[in-house]
Design a protein around this ligand. Structure first.
Ligand SMILES: *[C@@H]1O[C@H](CO)[C@@H](O)[C@H](O)[C@H]1NC(C)=O
Length: 318
């Protein structure tokens, strides 16, 4: 299959929601590098001034515009219901806008599966982790697993709502979904938020053995560089042959100890945490042939390696 990435002409305007987050900010860069104009939606334009300045310095003032979504994402009320309403509202607005050619929705691997120690999995993009929705419904509020279940359920419901809308309304635009696994790598936004795997990984590098990173990678499954995740989004946006697809962004199998080993190799003089040696690392296999072909055609190279990713991740805290 030969890809041409010409669904949308360069110079056209692309709206990026969550444009200041880890994946969103990298998507903004990828789009600007390809000659698109970007309307970056964020909660607070004022807080994002450093990112805006950075983009204006690099690409010029006329190619990037920041807009505020006022009642968008109050983190405290960012629950399944809001997400459901937001997804529908957004897609309904897009369906009324004839100029919208293509929409890419960021889901999560947690909408497909969650890794467990000792449980190997062979997965396809047709798998859904719907059991989380049932579990989230009955979990006790003070159960430590509750936030994870609610997050998972909100991701699943959010993506289900999107597909239901597409099936029901058959809008004029192409619609594709990206399923990122554990995302790491450099933050395109010079003031990245605290709640991202990028910052968690920096904490791990700086010696925090009890931070979010380890909890999140217990067990680890697959990781992907944020730049590749952005490439998959933009490739899906631009490639005419893609419509109605779920696409993996989940490059390589890994464990938390692989990350520590990569840092030890790259920074020989530096003290790195000892290995965690978790037992029962699951073997997670996925049908990522389409994503890999898409990525190679889009950027002309394979996925970033784990070492490239985790070394690039920590550049800001060296
Ligand atoms: C996954 O697929 C491989 C190759 O077909 C097979 O050997 C393995 O048993 C499968 N694993 C699971 C957990 O189904």
């Amino acid at each position: 299959m030969s890809y041409t990435f010409d669904r949308i002409a360069p110079g056209s305007l692309v709206l990026v929601t969550g444009a200041t987050g880890l994946i969103g900010s990298s998507a903004v860069i990828t789009l600007l590098d390809r000659g698109y104009k970007v309307r970056a939606a964020t909660r607070s334009v004022k807080k994002q001034r450093p990112f805006q300045q950075h983009l204006e310095d690099r690409y010029g003032k006329d190619v990037v515009e920041f807009v505020e979504f006022t009642d968008y994402l109050d983190p405290a009320s960012w629950d399944a219901i809001l997400k459901k309403a937001l997804t529908r509202t957004f897609l309904a607005a897009a369906a009324r806008a004839p100029q919208v050619k293509s929409v890419v929705f960021t889901s999560s691997r947690i909408a497909v599966y969650a890794p467990e120690f000792g449980k190997d999995l062979n997965l396809t993009v047709n798998n859904w982790a719907d059991y989380f929705v049932d579990q989230a419904r009955v979990v006790k509020e003070n159960d430590p697993i509750a936030p994870v279940l609610v997050y998972a359920a909100s991701k699943i419901r959010g993506e289900r709502v999107a597909w239901d809308f597409i099936k029901e309304h058959m809008p004029h635009f192409a619609f594709n979904v990206v399923l990122p696994d554990c995302v790491a790598g450099p933050a395109a936004n010079p003031t990245p938020g605290v709640y991202s795997t990028h910052t968690w990984l920096n904490d791990l590098f700086l010696g925090d053995a009890n931070g979010y990173a380890v909890g999140f990678m217990k067990p680890a499954a697959r990781f992907v560089d944020v730049r590749d995740t952005a490439s998959i989004h933009v490739a899906a946006l631009l490639e005419k042959q893609l419509d109605g697809q779920r696409l993996w962004a989940a490059a390589h199998k890994f464990t938390v100890d692989d990350i520590l080993a990569a840092w030890r190799e790259a920074f020989p003089g530096r003290e790195i945490l000892p290995d965690f040696k978790f037992e029962g690392q699951p073997d997670i296999n996925i049908d990522d042939e389409q994503s890999t072909a898409l990525l190679k055609a889009f950027k002309g190279e394979d996925w970033f390696s784990l070492k490239e990713t985790v070394v690039a991740n920590v550049q800001s805290v060296l």
